[in-house]
Design a protein around this ligand. Structure first.
Ligand code: PLP
Length: 450
């Protein structure tokens, strides 16, 4: 059957689409994408779209990369599946773990694979509670997250979402979660407040939150080094260094959620490297395989891992895992991604294209709807408001943003560019392979949409 014709006669709500209005799907056929090449995707009518957010911040090496396809096919032919567990695994999984541990800015390095970013963060929580029990501190369960953050869609990770809209509708228990402000410098600063004073205020809020909860009950602080989906506010000066110093004082672990920032988005392999963060554990997914196959991982420090090892030895077994964690085909693709980063000097390309990207976004500021632009690495945000509607609002991720940003998203589709609407802004994170000419075309389409 012709791939274009597939699904043509099904009602839109045949498949329940996440983050969609399910009622609208009754009448409305969803956009159907059938092909991709480089930074472009093509819908069933042959229209092309620049994937300015790499779909879900994940197809970092662009679409239809032959080397990645070949890596998958080769592994499919050799051994399409073998689960990792019960003292068995496959060489590509072992090799990938070794490469990740070697590259991650975590002291030591032990890796556990899963399939999605949510699952990686979820197992990080589960492992933390396990480790703290082994350490004789079972009461250390609380996890601090930042408002406006997103760490996944499982029950435990939804409990960390800094957006009540994600929790309340499902009645998600959030008893073990603590929330602090997400930095939104300079929008969130008080009048006349310096950047340093703003940082200190956030760190003081964190200290008070820990003290109020009882420091002996707090296990970890989880944060993205820089969060695209929270409106792309680079952390203010000294933020992570001061946060880390405070956490160390209380014996609270720092987890870097690098599901989006991992694998080049910020100009280095890890956002933690770019921002000088030394986390105890890192979670990653998406860019790890350039999203060609589902795979995620947590990279844990020697210290953290030692408790898991000790607990498992006492119990005779570590009771956690899943069928697809570290799928061999996904691992083979991820290994190829790491090869490509080195051979094609992807980080060198990102660093050289970053100033062009920054300039292109800044050039939109002369548009009457654009109130500000923000940039970090190869990502950015365009803050929008109608003239006379007042200044920018502090961004918080809203999955149903409505208003002007939703309108800009729709106009973007019409102009052939896919952006991600949030409250008061749209965010961008194009494939890392984007060229100068393609950045020009992306900003031209964005201007048409505006
Ligand atoms: N963490 C962050 C920062 C994310 O942006 C996401 C998804 O967008 C996740 C975790 C969850 O990843 P996944 O959708 O693969 O479960």
């Amino acid at each position: 059957m012709n791939v274009q014709a597939r699904g043509a006669n099904h009602p839109g709500n045949m498949v329940m689409l996440p983050f969609s209005n399910l009622r609208r799907l009754r009448e409305e056929r969803p956009l159907m994408f059938v092909k991709g090449k480089g930074i472009y995707t093509f819908d069933e009518h042959g229209r092309d779209y620049i994937e300015a957010v790499s779909t879900f911040y994940c197809v970092n090496l662009g679409f239809s990369d032959e080397e990645l396809i070949e890596a998958a096919v080769e592994q499919l032919r050799a051994l399409p599946m073998y689960p990792s567990g019960i003292h068995r695994t496959v060489p590509v999984v072992m090799e990938l773990a070794e490469r990740l541990a070697e590259k991650a800015p975590v002291r030591g390095g032990h890796v556990m694979f899963a399939t999605t970013g949510s699952e990686a963060n979820d197992q990080l929580l589960k492992f933390t509670w396990y480790a703290n029990r082994v350490a004789g501190e079972p009461q250390r369960r609380k996890i601090i997250s930042r408002r406006a953050s997103y760490h996944g869609g499982t029950i435990a990770t939804t409990a960390l979402a800094g957006s009540p809209a994600l929790q309340e509708a499902f009645g998600i228990p959030t008893g073990d979660s603590l929330f602090v402000s997400h930095p939104t410098w300079p929008i969130g600063a008080d009048p006349g407040e310096t950047e340093e004073a703003y940082t200190d205020r956030l760190v003081e809020e964190l200290r008070q939150t820990i003290e109020a909860a009882g420091p002996e009950t707090v296990a970890a602080f989880i944060a993205e080094p820089v969060s695209v989906s929270s409106g792309m506010f680079p952390p203010p000066v000294g933020y992570f260094q001061k946060v880390k110093a405070l956490l160390d004082r209380y014996g609270i672990r720092l987890f870097a959620d690098e599901v989006v920032t991992g694998f080049g988005r910020t100009g280095r392999l890890w956002g933690s490297e770019t921002l000088g963060i030394e986390p105890d554990c890192i979670s990653c997914a998406k860019g790890l395989s350039s999203a060609y196959q589902p795979i995620s991982a947590v990279v844990m420090s020697d210290d953290f891992y030692s408790y898991l090892e000790e607990g498992s030895n006492s119990a005779g077994i570590f009771n956690h895992g899943g069928t697809y964690g570290g799928h061999p085909v996904s691992a083979a693709v991820a290994l190829k991604v790491l090869d490509i980063f080195e051979r094609r000097n992807i980080l060198g390309h990102v660093q050289s294209i970053m100033p062009i990207w920054q300039k292109a976004l800044a050039s939109l500021e002369d548009h009457p709807l654009v109130t500000a632009t923000r940039c970090f690495g190869l990502a950015g945000a365009v803050q929008i408001a109608r003239p006379g509607e007042g200044g920018p609002v502090a961004a918080s991720p809203s999955l149903a943003p409505g208003g002007l940003s939703e309108q800009l998203y729709q106009e973007g589709l019409a102009a052939g560019v896919v952006v991600r609407p949030l409250q008061g802004c749209v965010v961008l994170a194009p494939p890392l392979i984007i060229t100068e000419a393609e950045i020009g075309e992306l900003s031209r389409r964005l201007r048409v949409a505006l």
